[in-house]
Design a protein around this ligand. Structure first.
Ligand code: PLP
Length: 285
């Protein structure tokens, strides 16, 4: 089955799904995106993703490309046309097409919208979660507005490739102060020896992950103690458990950081239980 993408008002086979060479997303990474999990044909926590989208657009002064209601229809239609039951839907909005010039184009330039959807292999994902993933640490080298879900992801791309080159699945950025900020495409968490769940506050230093936000509710429901504070790499090495969260990985146990085993080197009980419970607390719409 040929995959279908939504591009600026049309549903097109991938081979024809193209954007203009002077699209500002292509030339300047001048745009934002969202990735939403699809489960049983439903979008997971879509209202929160849409709120974050509106915030990201607002921070970059890009207009909403269409009404929220219309956008929600496009997301669903793209999921449906690609027959995605379990997987991901990707939405990108750029500042649109204009003659190349750094400053914003004329008011009224239409933002470009692209939506794609793809199926995920749940069994394979569960296999990965059952084994846990390895993480490396890399120096934080991103701009200081990573709270905006911008499509400018070059440091993240390089960090992820460094992880891959070292046989790991994720890279955690570490600031000059020795504190972990977040993963290249996930939020970072540890569980201390005394059972406290620790993650960095969602200030400008990290993206406020939707999975992170929902997980705070799951922690509460399980009676776990949360400490929202930065943690160092040394604390992470000594942690009982570690894990990452993202829409595509949900809760993914981390079993190794920079080659050192975390806890007993197997996925932790708490991270595993959080993963199991997660969707009871997420909104399927
Ligand atoms: N941090 C970064 C840098 C990300 O790219 C992502 C997701 O792609 C996240 C955190 C997790 O966000 P969410 O849970 O909304 O997927």
């Amino acid at each position: 089955m040929s995959r279908i993408a939504y591009v600026n008002g049309r549903y097109l086979p991938f081979a024809e799904a193209t954007v203009h060479v002077e699209d500002r997303g292509y030339q300047f990474s001048d745009g934002v995106y969202e990735v939403c999990e699809v489960k049983g044909g439903h979008l997971v926590d879509e209202p929160m993703h849409m709120r974050r989208l509106q915030r990201s657009l607002g921070e970059l002064k890009i207009a909403m490309p269409m009404s929220l209601a219309a956008l929600r229809v496009v997301l669903r239609e793209t999921v449906r046309r690609n027959r995605v039951c379990d997987g991901l839907v990707y939405l990108q909005v750029s500042r649109g097409v204009a003659r190349r010039d750094h400053a914003f184009p004329a008011t009224g330039t239409a933002p470009s919208v692209v939506v794609t959807a793809r199926s995920a292999d749940r069994t394979a994902a569960e296999r990965v979660a059952a084994a846990g993933i390895a993480v490396i640490t890399v120096p934080e080298n991103r701009w200081d507005r990573v709270d905006i879900k911008a499509i400018a992801l070059l440091p993240n791309v390089l960090a992820k490739q460094a992880a891959k080159d070292q046989g790991a699945k994720e890279a955690w950025f570490v600031g000059k102060d020795g504190y972990v900020t977040e993963g290249s495409s996930s939020n970072a968490w540890i569980i201390s020896r005394d059972g406290k769940v620790i993650t960095r506050p969602a200030d400008h230093g990290i993206l406020r992950g939707i999975t992170r936000t929902v997980l705070l509710k799951v922690l509460k429901s399980q009676g776990l103690e949360l400490e929202e504070r930065p943690f160092t790499v040394e604390e992470a090495y000594a942690a009982r458990e570690a894990f990452v969260t993202s829409a595509s990985q949900v809760v993914m146990p981390v079993v190794q950081i920079d080659g050192r085993p975390i806890g007993n080197g197997a996925p932790g009980l708490v991270a595993t239980a959080l993963r199991q419970d997660f969707h009871q607390h997420s909104e399927l719409v």
